[in-house]
Design a binder for this molecule. Sequence first.
Ligand code: DOR
Ligand code: ZN
Length: 345
Amino acid sequence: MTNELIINKPDDMHLHLREGELLSFVLKDTVRQFARAIIMPNLKVPVTTVDLARRYFEEINGHGYDFQPLMTLYLTDRLSKEEIRKAKESKLIHGVKLYPAGVTTNSQEGIASVDSCFKIFEEMEKNNLPLLIHGEVNDHLVDIFDREKIFIEKYLIKICQNFPSLRVVFEHISTKDAVDFVIESSKNVAATITPQHAMLSRNDLLSGGIKPHNYCLPILKREKHQKAILQAAISGNPKFFLGSDSAPHLTSQKQSACGCAGVYSARTAIELYADIFDKNNALDKLANFSNKFGADFYSLPHNESKIKLIKSNYVIPNELLFKDDKITPFLAGQTIHWQFSEISQ
Ligand code: DOR
Ligand code: ZN
C-alpha cells in the first residue's frame, strides 16, 4: 500500500480566482498546491481584451507568490482578429473562452450565435491559440440534464469539423457523451475533469435534501455519466487532464432561494484527486493527469519542483470565514484520506 506520493507540482487547467478581496482569499489555497493555472475570464467586467488580461495578471501576480497565472480571453462577438494576433504575440494569453450567453455565472456577454464566431475560430486556428468551451446550450426549452449532449450535437461537432487544427478544450465534462466525443475526436480535442464530476452524481445534489454546495454547472448527471468521467480521468489517456473549476461563491449566495452555481474545491484540490485515484487503484496515473497532459496540450514546459502527498485522514473544514460571511468548501465536514505535505525544489 502506498502511503506517500511525490510528484512534480501540478497545474490546475481550469480555475476561477475572482478579483479583489476574494482573489486574495482564494489564491493562497491554489498557490500552495499548484505551479500554474488557466485563469477563467468571467469577472464582473469580463476579460475581453489583452489589456484587461494584463491588468488581471498583474493583480494576481501582485500577491507575490511563486505561481504562474495562465490568462485567457473571454469571447464576445466584438473580439477582433487583430486582438487574437495580439493575444498570441503577448505570450500572456493561453486560450479564448467561449461561454454561450447566459449559460452560467457572468456569462451574459458571451456568445449568442456560435456560427458568428467562425472567422475568429479561423484566426485562432491560424495562430494556434486554443479554444476553451463551456459546452452547454443555454436554451430554456432544453432540459438542464441534456444541455451538454445537445451542445455537442449542435455545435461542437461542427466546430471540430470546420477547424481540424484548432485546439479545443471541452471544459468540465459531465456526461458519457462528452467522454466518448473527446475519445473519438482528433488529438487536438481534450477535456478537463473536476473532482465533483468524477466523484458525484445528481443523487448527491438532489436526493435526501437539496445540497447547494454540490450545485455547479454543468449540473451533476446520473451515475452512468459520473462513472464514465471517473474512468476517463484514471484511464491514462492524455486527452483528459486536471481542471478543478474551483469557483468560490459566498455561502449566503449559495444557500439562497436562487443559489449560485460553483463548487469551491481549491482548498483541497490535489488531495481530492489523490483520494479519487487511490480509491480506484490508479494512484500511478495521478502525476500525468495533474502535471503532464495539460502542460503538453498547452505546449508548456513541465514543472520541476515537487510536492509530497501523504496518506492521512483530513477533515475538510465546515466553513472558511471570509469578511462577515463565509465560503463553504467542497465536501465540508467530510474526511478525505490524502494530505498535501510539502514542496521541494
Ligand atoms: O458552476 C460553475 N461556476 N460553472 C461555471 O461554468 C462558472 C462557475 C463560476 O464562475 O461560478
Ligand atoms: Zn469554470
